[in-house]
Design a binder for this molecule. Structure first.
Ligand code: SAM
Length: 250
């Protein structure tokens, strides 16, 4: 989706205390950024923030972080968050946003910043095979997310795109996630408490069913198991492969 330039976005974000300017400075200490000690949840690629603003205001006992690479998007997300909290007559005390390239997300979160849940809503499908590694659900990204997602923690993923959904089910399984809920038609699945994102509304209005899954992080991923098996078996060092490089894209 093309978005018009928003000259107001950067200066307004710079003034807002809930937009973090240099997120890498908080690596390993995100819990202490929040006023309350509470479980943390993360939205990757928050866009205009319709989803995170409603989710965060409805869940005051959870701390939220929303990330997008584009300041224009973050500017709109900031305004949506401010509006939702003003309507609820609440101070914005449980949500922070910042700009970050998600493929480099390990620069801002470590295994000392453990999240209970990650949301990925309508990420770019990157249809060409040579671009698949850029997908936010690709093994390369999932193996990074594992570092700061609690064991038993979840990734909730929505998309309109059939091919991305099919591949993503494989990515999650390969990276040590169990699919605990899968539907090809979220709005007719009986799943409750769904919050619609901007893209979800757009695709639904076009009659496109929304694909949705919940992936639970298992303690050991197949890649980690493979590495530890290889360590215990000096005769087969080639088993100690980097799974992120071994993804079959076809
Ligand atoms: C298709 S939009 C979806 C927005 C929103 N989640 C929704 O469902 O309406 C994808 C968003 O992810 C952001 N994005 C895509 N790739 C990204 C990346 N590698 N790092 C950070 N943000 C990214 C884009 O800027 C855009 O706002």
């Amino acid at each position: 989706m093309r978005i018009r330039r928003k000259p107001w976005a950067r200066p307004e974000l710079a003034e807002w205390e809930n937009c973090i300017d240099v997120p890498a400075e908080n690596r390993g200490k995100w819990k202490s950024v929040f006023k309350k000690d509470a479980p943390m949840m993360l939205e990757l690629g928050c866009g205009k923030g319709g989803f995170i603003s409603k989710l965060a205001v409805a869940n005051p006992e959870t701390n939220f972080i929303a990330v997008d690479i584009k300041s224009e998007m973050l500017g709109l997300a900031m305004r949506n968050i401010k509006r939702e909290y003003a309507e609820a007559e609440r101070e914005v005390d449980n949500v922070y946003i910042f700009s970050q390239e998600i493929m480099l997300i390990s620069k801002v979160f470590s295994n000392e910043d453990m999240f209970d849940r990650i949301y990925i809503n309508f990420c770019n499908p990157w249809p060409k095979t040579h671009d698949h590694k850029k997908r936010l659900t690709h093994n390369n990204q999932l193996m990074q997310y594992r570092e700061f997602l609690k064991d038993g923690g979840e990734i909730r993923f929505k998309t309109d795109n059939d091919d991305l959904f099919l591949s993503s089910k494989r990515y999650f399984t390969e990276c040590g996630f169990e699919l605990t809920f899968v539907t090809e038609d979220l709005h007719n699945s009986g799943f409750e408490d769904n919050i619609m994102t901007e893209h979800e509304k757009m695709f639904s209005e076009q009659g496109i069913p929304i694909k949705f899954l919940i992936a639970k992080k298992l303690t050991v991923s197949p890649c980690e198991k493979q590495a530890s098996d290889a360590e215990n078996d000096a005769d087969q060092p080639e088993n100690n492969a980097d799974c992120t490089e071994n993804v079959n894209e076809n």
